[in-house]
Design a binder for this molecule. Structure first.
Ligand SMILES: Nc1nc2c(ncn2[C@@H]2O[C@H](COP(=O)(O)OP(=O)(O)O)[C@@H](O)[C@H]2O)c(=O)[nH]1
Ligand SMILES: [Mg+2]
Length: 346
């Protein structure tokens, strides 16, 4: 996961320190001074010894520990312009890049640090900035258990984003937590979508409430909720269609399902790999019907990771899970610490 991003960051960090390696005139003087002192010490203790290459290296290492480096605006702009490109290329949303820039600017410009601590200092500032991007976590299972009656969860997102698969994974998770559930096949539009959901239901031994293709998705959701309430089933998971014939029509349909099903929780499912498209969709859905959290599917095939960094900040809603494969168990609780670790920022 996120391998390409991690490698790019690693080589960028190396550059931040290399850029401080050009030695200034003042530093040259200091080096000479150190060399003289060291030579004298050697002469006194063992006159036959000449300073060797290793001792020289030793001088330089010591010197670097002593030399101060001030992060100037010029230095910052130079290194940040490269970081900016790197972040954008790895799917970090523009507004998030801007936030990171302003955090780093505040934290770094003007500070004086030891020359050998440049990489460490910048890495720490970047880590703190990224850590601040994630909204407070939500524990879905706890929320469901808190409500003593049937809990309704609506899933939405565009076609192919992984809604149906994510629903099956969550149904499996609910079962493992001793919570009963049923599935509502409210994607009545896409060919084979009802059968796809039903198949998961059969495998997981969960009932699927369905109607004919092209029937009203809201009434399927309504029927499923009524059934769940009468049978005291804990959770209803509503699948929806994400067709994009026009954005307006899709949003109107989602608004109607929301009105009719009055869900306790709305989950936006997006593909981790789509980057800015996923961010734009999340914004649209959030503005129109309001989302409570996101699930990022296909994180297992995402080399970049910028969507996971950005979507929480842009929507103000946390990521619940990452989809990490096609099996029911491939659903990881999202943990920003793990994300930071996988980017090599820990
Ligand atoms: N590798 C991988 N594939 C996934 C994941 N989630 C879904 N998929 C695949 O993505 C495709 C579309 O998923 P589907 O659930 O049908 O999307 P929907 O149209 O939003 O309902 C299917 O082939 C899924 O098997 C995931 O986390 N990892
Ligand atoms: Mg589907």
């Amino acid at each position: 996961m996120f391998k390409k991003f991690r490698e790019k960051l690693k080589s960028w960090f190396k550059k931040t320190e290399e850029k401080t390696d050009e030695i200034t005139e003042v530093e040259k003087e200091q080096i000479e001074k150190y060399e003289k002192i060291e030579k004298n010490i050697i002469k006194k203790s063992e006159p036959s010894l000449k300073p060797k290459e290793e001792t020289k290296k030793g001088f330089f290492k010591k010197l670097k520990e002593k030399l101060k480096f001030r992060i100037t605006e010029n230095y910052f702009e130079e290194i940040f312009s490269e970081l900016e490109m790197l972040l954008l290329e790895n799917n970090v949303a523009l507004e998030v890049v801007e936030k990171i820039k302003s955090d780093l600017k505040k934290e770094l410009i003007g500070i004086e640090i030891n020359k050998n601590e440049v990489e460490k200092t910048i890495k720490q500032a970047l880590r703190i900035s990224i850590e601040s991007l994630f909204p407070e976590k939500i524990d879905l299972i706890e929320k469901i258990k808190e409500k003593k009656e049937t809990y309704v969860i609506l899933f939405f997102g565009i076609n192919g984003s992984g809604k149906t698969t994510t629903i099956a994974k969550i149904a499996n998770l609910l079962n493992k937590n001793n919570l009963s559930c049923i599935l509502a096949a409210s994607d009545t539009f896409r060919a084979a979508s009802i059968e796809q959901l039903e198949k998961h239901g059969e495998k997981l031994k969960i009932k699927t409430v369905k109607a004919e293709y092209n029937s009203d998705p809201s009434s399927v959701a309504f029927d499923a909720i009524r059934h769940a309430k009468s049978k005291k089933i804990n959770v209803v998971l509503i699948d929806t269609a994400g067709r994009m014939y026009t954005k307006k029509d899709l949003m109107m349909e989602m608004e109607k399902i929301c009105r009719v099903s009055n869900p306790d929780f709305k989950i936006f499912v997006a593909e981790s790999i789509t980057g800015n498209d996923a961010i734009e969709q999340a914004k649209n859905f959030n503005e129109t019907i309001g989302i409570d959290a996101s699930v990022l599917s296909k994180a297992d095939v995402d080399e970049r990771g910028g969507t996971a960094i950005s979507i929480g900040h842009v929507t103000g809603k946390p990521i619940l899970f990452l989809g990490t494969g096609q099996n029911y168990e491939d659903l990881e609780k999202f943990d920003e610490k793990k994300l930071i670790e996988s980017l090599g920022l820990d």
